[in-house]
Design a protein around this ligand. Structure first.
Ligand code: NAP
Length: 331
């Protein structure tokens, strides 16, 4: 039996692994079979991670975090969790391969998943012109006309990146002003290949075997129009990845995992959570890394208390778990 299992390999998971490994907890990191490294693996240049004044490529940053965790003794397995048993003192994790791992403590850092618009053509033409990842698929749209949906930093980043390939990039936003940070907005406004389509929602994606266009609906007067396109990139935010625990851990009204104040303690004793999966607001690589640090320190404290007190006598209020009284008052 292990002391600590960490599920997730983004900045939160790997930072938790670095701290826990340096504390001699020899954590096992379940890194996912296809999405190891998390969201930053799909990013190009990260300009705001402290310590990299020249910027750093997202995948390079994640490789460095992984190497740093392994250097101190973290074990990494590239598989997916298919089942979790969190109820007892021993936490049981079943992987896609059938491998079963057990631990005293668990850190849940599964991040968030791309949000979908929720229209029929989106799923049907996924991989046939509809994409959620410019760095993965931008190359296929050389000299084509494409659109990015969204008004946040992700949409500006994707649109700006896609101008490397596409001849024209529309940014379709449902309001008349952007949510993105000033610097990202200015970069997009200055790019001659980018044209903004304001106050519009995509209500249908056109095309049989490949995207040929979209139907737009004005959010001002409801009128509909068609826009001819070769590709559509959806960048409208992310939702926390809680499908493994939604019936096992308390969630917040925003859908993130509930944690106790500024700690990483979830509603179940011995289970900690970090990164985008607990954060509806900031969702930065740096804040996720900081959150992973908190989770590792909380888990370390929990395991030390467990070692001293023995599992059955340990007070849940002291080392984790949501007190029933608090749960009732929050409800
Ligand atoms: P976001 O900030 O939540 O923005 C999502 C955008 O999509 C908003 O403009 C929103 O419109 C729009 N949207 C949401 N649901 C929609 C729907 N169903 N249909 C049409 N439009 C919809 O998400 P994000 O851009 O992915 O950014 C997430 C976080 O990561 C932010 O904190 C951001 O700063 C950060 N980030 C940072 C960088 C960077 O610094 N380089 C890069 C990427 C992301 P409304 O504005 O009308 O709500």
């Amino acid at each position: 039996m292990r002391q600590l299992i960490i599920i997730g390999s983004g900045p939160a998971g790997y930072t938790a692994a670095i701290y826990a490994a340096r504390a001699n907890l020899a954590p096992l990191v379940i890194a996912s079979s296809v999405e190891a490294g998390g969201e930053l693996m799909n990013t190009t240049e990260v300009e705001n991670f402290p310590g990299f004044p020249e910027g750093v490529q997202g995948p390079d940053l994640m490789t460095k975090m992984q190497e740093q965790a392994e250097k101190f003794g973290a074990e990494i397995v590239y598989d997916d969790v298919v089942n979790l048993d969190l109820a007892g003192a021993t936490k049981t994790v079943t992987l896609g391969s059938g491998r079963v791992e057990e631990s005293d403590a668990l850190i849940f850092a599964t991040g968030s998943a791309y949000r979908r618009i929720g229209i029929e053509g989106e799923d049907r033409l996924s991989g046939r012109g509809v994409s959620w990842c410019a760095t993965c698929d931008g190359f296929f749209f050389r000299e084509r006309t494409i659109a990015v949906v969204g008004g946040g930093d992700s949409a500006m980043e994707e649109a700006t990146f896609l101008t490397r390939f596409a001849s024209k990039v529309y940014v379709i936003h449902r309001r008349g002003e952007l949510r993105a940070s000033k610097i990202m907005q200015e970069r997009a406004f200055a790019n001659e290949k980018i044209e903004f389509v304001w106050n519009s929602e995509v209500v249908d994606v056109l095309g049989e075997d490949a995207v040929t266009g979209v139907v737009l609906e004005s959010t001002v007067d409801g009128t509909r129009s068609e826009l001819a396109l070769d590709g559509l990139f959806v960048a409208i935010g992310n939702d926390p990845r809680t499908h493994l625990v939604h019936d096992k851990l308390d969630l917040t009204p925003e859908g993130t995992i509930w944690v106790d104040g500024r700690s990483s303690r979830t509603s179940v004793r011995g289970v900690f959570a970090a990164g985008d999966v607990i954060d509806p607001t900031y969702r930065q690589a740096v804040t996720a890394a900081g959150s992973g640090t908190v989770a590792a320190l909380d888990a370390e404290h929990f395991l030390a208390a467990l070692g001293e007190a023995g599992a059955p006598e340990v007070d849940a209020d002291e080392i984790g778990g949501r007190p029933e009284a608090d749960r009732a008052s929050a409800a």
